[in-house]
Design a protein around this ligand. Structure first.
Ligand SMILES: [Ca+2]
Length: 313
């Protein structure tokens, strides 16, 4: 809950999956895909996995009710429409309330967000240095003051805190997915398979990191250490895009049993490498301090027959 104090813990976790500048991708490279939602019937599936990271297991049977989920991650253009209609200001753009951050010098309590700086911070090999709190970084200034969204309209919105994502979802009359719903959607009916597309593939089927993280991303998938516009990789069997890789996504789940445990993020990002975290898999999970935006964390929304019945408190 305490942003500045939580950061050291966070960066260590993020080191496992840790933007450099999000250069614009020519739209002609990746034609726009259908947007909207996909209605899923729900059902019983095997959630979790064994043998990779301890927090993913054990595999267990879980049942989810019918719901509909966005085909793609929420884009900068979509989030901009929300901000234009409501005047919403994201957490990263606000002055942090000192009462919520006891012990943190006021000089540090500035509007800011977490930006991956990669190689710039490699000097001492300390994963904590691969990320920086950048004053002025926000959804509309992804790498800090001076950066903007030119050419990034179809990219997933990032630097959104949990409450920002929830506010967007509510505005749309929707909700954030539970962990169970998210994983059900990501598995696309391939029960027990390690990847969204089934078994391991030599050809990248999502936007992740090829090469040795965090030193070299060869960009074999076409997107070198950066997010891609949504829908640039093949859809899953459910017709959903980018549930694996590209950017992590908020869920309403919590990472741990405590009522105030961090929220749970799923799906991995363009910073996930096979040599480090391998978290662009449906079972993978990470904690996300709810008040902290990051340069590789976005979201998508769901709609249930009765929104709020089993989702976000
Ligand atoms: Ca990539």
């Amino acid at each position: 809950m305490i942003r500045r104090l939580a950061l050291l813990t966070l960066v260590m976790a993020l080191a496992a999956c840790g933007s450099k500048k999000q250069a614009a991708v020519p739209e002609s490279v990746c034609p726009p895909q259908p947007t909207g939602e996909v209605a899923l019937a729900g059902g019983t599936f095997t959630m979790g996995a064994g043998g990779m990271h301890g927090d993913e297991g054990p595999p267990r049977k879980v049942t989810v009710a019918p719901f509909a989920i966005d085909r793609t991650e929420v884009t900068n253009d979509e989030f901009a429409a929300f901000v234009k209609a409501t005047g919403y200001v994201t957490l990263a753009e606000r002055d942090p309330d000192p009462a919520l951050y006891p012990g943190v010098p006021k000089s540090m309590l500035k509007p800011s967000s977490l930006v991956f700086v990669g190689a710039e911070g490699l000097g001492d090999g300390n994963p904590a240095n691969w990320w920086r709190i950048v004053d002025g970084a926000s959804w509309k200034h992804p790498t800090g003051p001076g950066s903007d969204l030119k050419g990034l309209g179809r990219h997933p919105v990032v630097h959104v805190a949990y409450d920002d994502a929830l506010a967007y979802a509510r505005w749309k009359g929707r909700d954030l997915p539970t962990e169970e719903e998210w994983e059900f959607a990501a598995r696309a009916g391939l029960d027990g398979a390690p990847y969204e597309w089934g078994e391991a593939s030599k050809t990248p089927k999502a936007n992740y990191w090829q090469g040795v993280f965090p030193a070299v991303d060869t960009g074999e998938d076409g997107y070198k250490a950066r997010a891609a516009p949504v829908g640039c990789f093949p859809a899953s069997a459910y017709g959903l895009f980018d549930l694996s890789g590209n950017v992590w996504e908020w869920t309403s789940g919590r990472y741990g049993p405590a009522p105030d445990a961090p929220r749970l993020i799923k799906g991995g990002s363009y910073l996930c490498a096979d040599n480090f975290c391998l978290r662009y898999r449906p079972a993978a999970r990470q904690p996300g301090p709810p008040d902290t935006g990051q340069s590789h964390l976005g979201f998508r929304t769901v709609k249930r027959a009765t929104t709020g019945e089993k989702g976000t408190p």
